[in-house]
Design a protein around this ligand. Sequence first.
Ligand code: EPU
Length: 424
Amino acid sequence: MDEIRITGGRPLRGEVAIGGAKNAVLKHQVATLLTAGRHTLSNVPGILDVALMCRVLDYIGAECSLRDDRLIVEIPDELNPEAPLDLVRQMRASILVMGPLLARCGRVRVALPGGDEIGARPITMHLDGLRQMGAEFELSHGILEGVAPGGLRGADVVFDFPSVGATENILLAAVRAEGVTTIENAAREPELVDLAMLLNHMGANITGAGTSTISITGVSELQPANHKVVPDRLEAGTYAVAGAISSGHVRISHCVPEHSRMELAKLEESGCEVVRGDDWFEVTGPERPKAVNIATLPFPGFHTDMHPQMVAYLSIADGTSVLTENVYEARFRYIGELTRMGADISTDWQHAVVRGVERLSGCPVEAPDIRAGAALALAGLRAEGTSAISEVHHIDRGYHRFVEKLEALGADIERKRSSNRDLS
Ligand code: EPU
């Protein structure tokens, strides 16, 4: 298995360019299923999840080709409306094919995803919303079979939590449904707004994306997509913390600072200097951060996918920080690994109490998921000695050229390859 080795202690300096957002492009890939033809997506990151979603689309009958940052998807007239277990297991976002396939084919078969390393992650809201639109589901032997006997029709869907995936599944189903669909308490994430923009460019009629109420008037025809993916605010935020934790000075370019407003505000509160431009920002890290309290929330709140990185950073703060995780119930599994590096953190239910220590020390650690993997690497930038991070395929799921980008900023980092596999 590949591993990433980092020897800490070097302040990072320089500029890092951000790629397209994982959590947008995966949905854009799924959106191509809504109509036959040749779709083009640009600013596509060369990450493992994009390749996995291409495999899902291939299984359904599409042809995908990724060259540099441009992804071409050819969607045929006839589709095989299925997402098999091995792909859904590897990437839960595969279940987003439900909405478009029900809309296009009137039926769908997907493996029901179980929980994963960050929580149980049920999909009840997806299914309830689709049922309201006329779909019927049956679960048998772990496979969900959905049909829409009379076609999908508009409905008033009210979520009890602004789930990103449920909002997207309903959005993707509603653009070709009969009549008007309203989603109340919708997710407001920038990636979802980008999906609505893509769909509107394809000919959909969506208003209100980015607010809590989205209205979709179904249309009978769409054109193939041609769209540039919004920058990845999680990649941007991760490199911002890399600058901060190493007491360095990093310029993050090709990003949207407004999309990281809360995360940057917390970095400033901890003693970082942050300068914002139109599509860039610069972070100068303090010698040692001040403790800050953080509560994760749906957008525009502090992003749960920046929680592990911030905990790594606050582990060397002067004082005690409390992080409250409000989105996932099991996101603290990586804390044991940080503790092995010398962090002093205890957890109680949804809270992590992070008592800042003066130094971390490098050791072998295991990446349990994408963001926690990135967080352990960030801790390694600060730690004395060498850290060796295993299970780095998790990091590959969400970060393109992670090692190369950190190396270009001056980190003492290398990837030890167990084979010649190259994801870029
Ligand atoms: N939830 C339910 N029932 C549902 C749907 C969601 O209880 O029917 C719960 C989930 O269990 C979770 C919470 O609601 O506790 C939030 O889930 P949400 O549906 O909003 O998340 P998601 O669509 O499954 C996306 C991102 C995640 C990111 C979350 C929150 C993608 C592919 N994934 O997941 O990204 O954490 O939104 O912003 O877009 C990552 O990139 O590392 C990642 C995990």
